[in-house]
Design a protein around this ligand. Structure first.
Ligand code: 57R
Ligand code: CO
Length: 410
């Protein structure tokens, strides 16, 4: 439209000048355009994930977990000004900030997501453990007792339910028929994210898996301020026992394992003293505001009871160990190394060897017999039975319940 008007009025030279100007402006624009700074490549987590999370959260504000509102006579908390104000204050105090918990939880989500995708029958238990721990150490940006692996990577299989991780020299290989419990711990400033799941590669035990997943979800849903631990155990038991598994034509009831439990968690202390048993019991202890709990349930096709069996891999310094004079100098220096590298966080023999310790067993067993270090043997139900586990960590905030380790996987 514009051009014909122009043509009629402007002479030939006029036209060339105009075109010159237009081209100039265009090149100006182009020249201007050229300066645009290069597009900052969006930071991606590699595969396997190995980039420290602070790179993705430069402001130190980490994702909030799943929020569940309190029920019954605690619903007022959600809207209470006073409680929300209290929470704001708490969040200003670096010690109690939720950010340490949420960073540990986000690391946990990424590490387990990779584990769920890559763990395959035929892999050795040792390489499975190393892949998980290398991921945790890189993503949490491990630094001494400030941040790191929260406890030994649990890789208990089949009738064994907890406290197995490979020791050096363990060449055992994951089998297609195995029921594998993967229990991963990540800590930031001693705030431990403790969450676990069960993997299988054949569908024989799908109902066992469903039963335990549902029982853990009941425990999480029913947990809350002023809830009595014994009652919560009863609700978990009810859900678990409403399932059965058919194996080779025989139907087995799913049993909650009566001598295992969920547990409260304190800074640098994996078992904070409160146990959430998986069966009804008369423990009148109440859950309290600010409590931080690992809600975990274990189901079994066996007796529904574990016994300690097999070689020990898991250890932890006894929290309030009596101060006993140590005659064995090797035990004295080993204790120094334990305090320096782990404090009261749980560890395993592989982690001790990573710090440079060798030929330490005599000294270690001396520390165990002196009651300074607790050994945690594998916990197993009867041979031939199968056990499953699911676990999440929850925080009983003044206003709401936060399932900090919840993910889109479970
Ligand atoms: O979560 C030395 C660890 N925990 C790692 C984790 O329940 C834990 O025994 C402890 O490394 C030490 C249990 N309950 C009785 C008190 C009734 C077990 C079940 C699972 C587990 C591994 C656990 C348990 N106790 N503490 C945390
Ligand atoms: Co736990």
């Amino acid at each position: 439209m514009m051009t014909h008007i122009l043509k009629s009025t402007i002479t030939k030279t006029g036209m060339t000048v105009l075109l010159g100007k237009l081209r100039e402006q265009a090149s100006e624009g182009k020249k201007k355009k050229k300066k645009k700074k290069p597009k900052k490549k969006k930071l991606e987590q590699g595969d396997p994930p190995r980039t420290g999370l602070s790179k993705f959260y430069p402001d130190g504000i980490y994702p909030v977990g799943e929020i569940q509102h309190y029920k019954d006579d605690n619903t007022w908390r959600t809207t209470s000004e006073e409680k929300r104000y209290q929470e704001k204050i708490e969040n200003e105090d670096p010690e109690t900030t939720y950010q340490s918990i949420r960073k540990a939880a986000e690391v946990h989500r990424l590490v387990r997501q990779h584990a769920r995708k890559h763990i395959r029958p035929g892999m050795t238990m040792t390489e499975i453990a190393n892949n998980i721990e290398d991921g945790t150490r890189a993503l949490v940006e491990e630094s001494g007792l400030e941040a790191g692996v929260g406890f030994p990577t649990g890789l208990s299989r089949n009738n064994c339910a907890a406290h197995y991780t490979p020791n050096t020299g363990d060449t055992s290989v994951l089998q297609a028929g195995d029921v594998l419990k993967v229990d991963i711990g990540v800590h930031v400033k001693g705030r431990i994210a403790d969450s676990a799941f069960t993997l299988t590669w054949d569908h024989t035990y799908d109902n066992l898996i469903e039963a335990v997943k549902a029982a853990t979800d009941t425990g999480i849903r029913e947990a809350g301020i002023d809830v009595r631990l014994g009652e919560l155990g009863g609700l978990i038991q009810e859900t678990m026992e409403s399932y059965e598994v058919e194996i080779g034509g025989t139907v087995y009831p799913v049993k909650p394992i009566e001598n295992l439990s969920g547990h409260s968690i304190n800074p640098y202390r994996i078992h904070g003293g409160k146990s959430v048993l998986l069966v009804k019991n008369d423990d009148q202890t109440k859950m309290e505001e600010g409590d931080y709990f690992a809600i975990e349930t274990f189901g079994s096709t066996g007796r529904g009871r574990i016994v300690e069996s097999g070689e020990v891999s898991h250890y932890a310094r006894v929290y309030d160990a009596p101060h006993v004079p140590l005659r064995l100098t090797s035990a004295k220096s080993l204790l120094k190394s334990i305090n320096k590298n782990f404090g009261t966080l749980p560890w395993c023999r592989r982690y001790l060897e990573r710090t440079g310790e060798s030929k330490y067993l005599l000294a270690l067993n001396h520390l165990v017999t002196q009651g300074i270090v607790q050994d945690y043997p594998p916990l197993c139900d009867q041979r031939g039975s199968m056990t499953a586990q699911f676990e999440h960590t929850i925080l009983l905030r003044p206003t709401v319940k936060e399932v900090v380790t919840r993910g889109d996987d479970f």
